[in-house]
Design a protein. Structure first.
Length: 324
């Protein structure tokens, strides 16, 4: 599995950009941008090189970790998937492109789309000396208009951007993304009830026109969860010193909550159950699973030694090939 932490090449490029950049200024800019996002804004809050760098420093590590975790789950289900071309929709500083390049060494063609000039400039700067991404293509434009002009790609990723557009635009963009998907489409959103709701809405829309779920769901049916519950996962990542300074954080790690769906053109032959929360461990292991048949609470007693030992290794988000 690919590490959730930023690759050395990207970290070095970011560190280079940060030389001489005030951490207090970055923290202030990051807080302003974060507030704009929470208030329903979008990347329009990022207007300058300094804004883009502050955003990247604060959010790139966690976004990267969530995309890598989602792609790792896809690879576990489809180990033979070897995409050649990537389309990164709403690419921002190129986070999802870096993640996909790390997970899939087969990727050769990288196309990024975004309307934000400052983020585009930062993405190109970060990738300039990369052995993998030195020749990326980054088209400027609103997501749907830019996507309409793009060629189809084996893998399309829309990471943390669906929530920036209205419901009607989300539906139109989803249909166009699927039209441009040669093989697999991955959508990643924040692990909030609202982020999950967006994922579920687009999941249902695309299944209705022929898509199949590869991950995380073990079926193409309706999500069995009911409010106030919602499907989301968490990925732990290490914080650098600069990351902690900008976030005003003391802990050396961060847990990013995210929701995702990976949709494919062809049905996956075997889809495992998915662990929906961290299992409880006592004299038995109790785990909430999404199974091909729906929601299930599985209990594995200690006396079933082999099954218990296997279930002790289950973690939130894991694929479980066989239920105990």
């Amino acid at each position: 599995m690919t590490s959730p932490n930023l690759p050395a090449e990207l970290k070095a490029a970011l560190d280079g950009k940060l030389r001489g950049f005030s951490r207090s200024d970055a923290a202030s800019r990051s807080a302003t941008i974060s507030k704009a996002y929470r208030d329903g804004g979008n990347s329009g809050a990022i207007r300058s090189e300094a804004d883009a760098l502050a955003y990247a420093l604060a959010r790139m590590p966690a976004t990267y970790a969530a995309v890598v975790a989602s792609l790792n789950a896809l690879v576990e289900i489809r180990p033979d998937f070897a995409p050649i071309s990537l389309l990164d929709i709403g690419a921002g500083p190129g986070t999802a492109t870096w993640a996909a390049a790390e997970v899939f060494l087969s990727l050769k063609d990288f196309t990024l789309l975004d309307a934000n000039d400052a983020l585009r400039a930062l993405a190109l700067d970060l990738a300039r000396d990369s052995t993998r991404l030195g020749n990326i293509g980054y088209e400027r434009g609103e997501a749907r208009a830019a996507l309409a002009k793009a060629d189809a790609a084996d893998l399309i990723v829309a990471s943390y951007m669906i929530g920036e557009i209205g419901d009607a635009e989300q539906r139109a963009l989803a249909e166009l993304m699927w039209e441009k998907t040669a093989d697999t489409l991955l959508i990643v959103e924040p692990g909030t009830p609202a982020g999950y709701a967006r994922i579920i809405a687009l999941r249902g829309q695309l299944i209705a026109i022929g898509a199949h779920v590869a991950a995380p769901c073990p079926h193409d049916g309706k999500c069995p969860l009911r409010p106030p519950d919602w499907c989301h996962f968490t990925q732990r990542l290490q914080r650098s010193r600069a990351h902690k300074q900008v976030k005003g954080a003391e802990l050396p790690f961060e847990d990013e909550k995210f929701a995702y769906v990976a949709l494919t053109r062809a049905a996956v032959a075997r889809r495992p159950s998915r662990v929906l929360a961290q299992p409880a461990v006592s004299i038995e292991i109790t785990a909430k699973l999404c199974t091909p048949a729906g929601l299930a609470v599985t209990k594995v007693p200690r006396r079933a030694k082999a099954e218990y030992a296997a279930a002790r290794r289950w973690r939130w988000g894991d694929a479980v090939m066989e239920e105990s």
